[in-house]
Ligand binder design. Sequence first.
Ligand code: ZN
Length: 283
Amino acid sequence: MKLIRMGPKGQERPGLWQPDGIVDLREHFAEIPDIDPSFFEQGWLERLAGLRVPGREFKIRWGAPIARPSKIICLGKNYVEHAKEGGFEAPTRPLIFCKTPNTLNGPFDPVLLPRSSGQVDWEVELAAVIGKGGKRIAEEEAMAHVAGFTVMNDVSGRQAQFADSQWFRGKSFDTFAPMGPALVTLDEIGDPHDLRLKAALNGRIMQDGHTRDLIFRLPTLIANISEDITLCPGDVISTGTPAGVGIFRHPPIVVQEGDEVECWVEKIGSIRNRFVSHIDDKV
Ligand code: ZN
């Protein structure tokens, strides 16, 4: 299944993205919640698994495919070539940090350039969404806790990230986690460590990586994170970015107002976001 959230910002409703179009799930299940932690707690993944209904065309905004995650956990330097391009050693254990939920953004929504940081950069990433929470999850059990996967651009304000000596602010500006276009369930993905992923700036390919090159793979990440941090349904674990970010290029490339960044992961699809210095709150 490819689960989506559709509708105006803050009023999204759940849908399915099928080859023949979109299914508005509320037309079939009046009681279905938004795709948020309760969706997984109430067993909707399992309830929808066998659903066969026709899709149709919708001209509608797509939202981030997950609402109200308790946390968005990210991985730093989880591809060797990316660690190298920054002049870093590859980490010997997973390096985790968080983006705050105010970063959540739709797959085709604008990204707001912050006032307090320049050097805005892209990072295409494969992000896992947790379906079943837990603590001290064993590696062998880990994939049973994953609902599916989505594409995330871990947008980064490098000026703040480097000036602050830690990453909280530079990673957590409003709109800095565009996600989507869908939450693709694990059964459709197969092996999440066999996916190509790319990012393009105004149509020019900047990152072209492969998840087989992840230093720490999902079972290790889930076991490691959940050792002392409870994972909850709806939590996002974004697995890190391959080489090719803008800041470590010679000369560096930073996102400018009006630029469009597209991030693509095999078997999931593309998200495309324009970077702007003003967003009308009514949109
Ligand atoms: Zn990242």
